[in-house]
Ligand binder design. Sequence first.
Ligand code: ZN
Length: 206
Amino acid sequence: MAELQTGGACDPEAFWKDPKLIWEWYDWRRNAVKDAKPNPGHYALSELENNLQKVTLVTQNIDGLHQMAGSSGVIEMHGNLWQIMCTKCGDIEQNFDVPLRELPPKCKKCGEIGRPNVVWFGEMIEMSLIDSILKAIEECQVMLIIGTSGVVEPAASMGLVAKQANKTVIEINLDETPSAGLYDIVIREKSGEILPLLFTSNRTLS
Ligand SMILES: [Zn+2]
């Protein structure tokens, strides 16, 4: 999957030093991905929902392509490029304007400046999200770890959490990853190519 890197690109200190500058960068970023379309891998994952009782999709991507492909209930660990969060009242606005009309954008509710609703370097991922992910692991039968380097925490540890709970873990990644030896199945293929072969078109999984 196409992945936008968030870590290191910005931090709260840099934002408050020059919010307009940071927003100019995000505005550029939004422009760069505005025409991006989901790939066959995104669509294959959304199709899983038709064949399985429950699918929870957790992503580190911030591009919103899983939702565009039809996946529901996506947990976005690192936020979403198309959301603006008010720095005062915390209101979150969906905004697809490219370019943004005003930099930095202002909150429609309180007028304070907004920030990209993404997790920046040095920021914590909301505990409620982590709780939701751990609950999904607890309830799942199979965990797929797809196209992630396995080095960015806390996502990197989720596979180990699943293994400790005796879940079947399948990794799909073109590259070697640090924890691959612990998983039940490892598939070294491109997710955009292998996922449609595994999951698409009226195939019922059992
Ligand atoms: Zn506000």
